[in-house]
Design a binder for this molecule. Structure first.
Ligand code: TRP
Length: 346
């Protein structure tokens, strides 16, 4: 796999001429940050030209945490509109809402019975989230990676672009697929997780040693894709820099390095080029320059997003269309699994 993602394994053999299949999903849990945008969404958009892509808004995954129904519904609508606004193109890819394709829930049950409690218990995200929300350690939280495996395996995905935090889950999906294939007969494509080659990491503006995250208690640490220009400028003005006055991407300058990589990502430059260009600017001016690049990059997306949000019929149409195409592809795999396991099919 070339272009925006690094090949994680080199042992895969090219066997056919068909386009490789990519599956990825994003949880609709509120507006994504610019870190999600440059680290994941932009790569999803770019991959549409080279791969057969299936992209989902993973709404089933997001109820492992308590949701207010009205807010949840709004989040899903906004996620669909935003991904379309970013360039996920229904003419090129199959883009759908996970719960609209019942095969995901069905395959999850079948896979549950082919997944060991012990291997699921080892998932670090489960351990972390259980610690963080001891009041709601529900079975869905535990089963979350198996639902992810179902997502991936239904579409026979070859590649699964994910952040490093989800890599262990893709690994589990591989194990489940291999085990099933050995126990019955070759059924699933064994997927490969792939990490983004660049733009993978945007750190918090308030603490450049941690990843930018919208669950940060300090809202100045993150920039949301729908933040307005004033908010973006304010957040960058407050961004933590480093001692000294040099603009350089160096280990001892995590704050400046982070701003440089954001600037590079939003202007299509390399970090080295960004460094050269900004050398000599004072920190205050530099931060404003970064803010302006982010504002300019988000502006057309925000405008398209607003258009889509005014046109709910269009969004519903796209969801319908995506669901039908996805269901068709998913059903084929699901039927195969049922049959191999010995279920009577009508
Ligand atoms: N769990 C992923 C996340 O939070 C989202 C997701 C759901 C996903 N299903 C997937 C990612 C399948 C890759 C493949 O980031």
């Amino acid at each position: 796999m070339s272009g925006h993602y690094t090949e994680r394994r080199t042992d895969s053999v090219e066997t056919t001429e068909r386009k490789k299949i990519v599956f990825s999903a994003i949880q609709p849990t509120g507006t994504p940050t610019i870190g999600n945008f440059v680290g994941a969404i932009r790569n999803m958009v770019a991959m549409q030209d080279d791969y057969t892509c299936f992209y989902a808004a993973a709404d089933l995954h997001s109820i492992t945490v308590d949701r207010v129904p009205a807010e949840f519904r709004k989040n899903v609508t906004e996620m669909v509109a935003l991904l379309l606004a970013c360039g996920i193109d229904p003419e090129k890819s199959t883009f759908f809402v996970q719960s609209h394709v019942s095969a995901h829930a069905e395959l999850t049950w079948l896979l549950n019975c082919n997944t060991m409690f012990g291997e699921a218990k080892r998932m670090t995200q489960f351990k972390d989230k259980s610690k963080k929300h001891p009041e709601n350690v529900n079975v869905g939280l535990f089963d979350y990676p198996v639902l992810m495996a179902a997502d991936i395996l239904l579409y026979r995905a070859d590649y699964v672009p994910v952040g490093i935090d989800q890599m262990q889950h893709v690994e589990l999906a591989r194990n489940i697929a291999e085990r099933f294939n050995n126990k019955y007969s070759p059924t699933f494509t064994v997927p490969e997780g792939v990490l983004p080659k660049f733009g993978a990491k945007v750190q918090s503006l308030a603490d450049p040693t941690v990843k930018m995250s919208k669950s940060d208690d300090n809202p100045n640490g993150y920039v949301l894709m729908l933040d307005d220009a004033d908010t973006i400028r304010r957040k960058f003005k407050r961004a933590v820099t480093d001692s000294g006055d040099e603009i350089a991407a160096r280990a001892d300058k995590p704050g400046i390095g982070n701003l440089l990589s954001i600037y590079a990502a939003f202007t299509g430059r390399t970090v080295e080029a960004a460094e050269k260009e900004c050398a000599g600017l004072g920190y205050g001016d530099f931060k404003l320059r970064v803010a302006d690049a982010v504002i300019a990059g988000l502006e057309p997306i925000q405008a398209r997003f607003a258009d889509y949000m005014r046109n709910k019929d269009y969004l519903t149409e796209q969801m319908q269309r995506g669901a039908e195409a996805a269901a068709h592809a998913a059903r084929k795999t699901l039927e195969k699994v049922y049959r191999k396991m010995g279920f009577i099919r009508l």
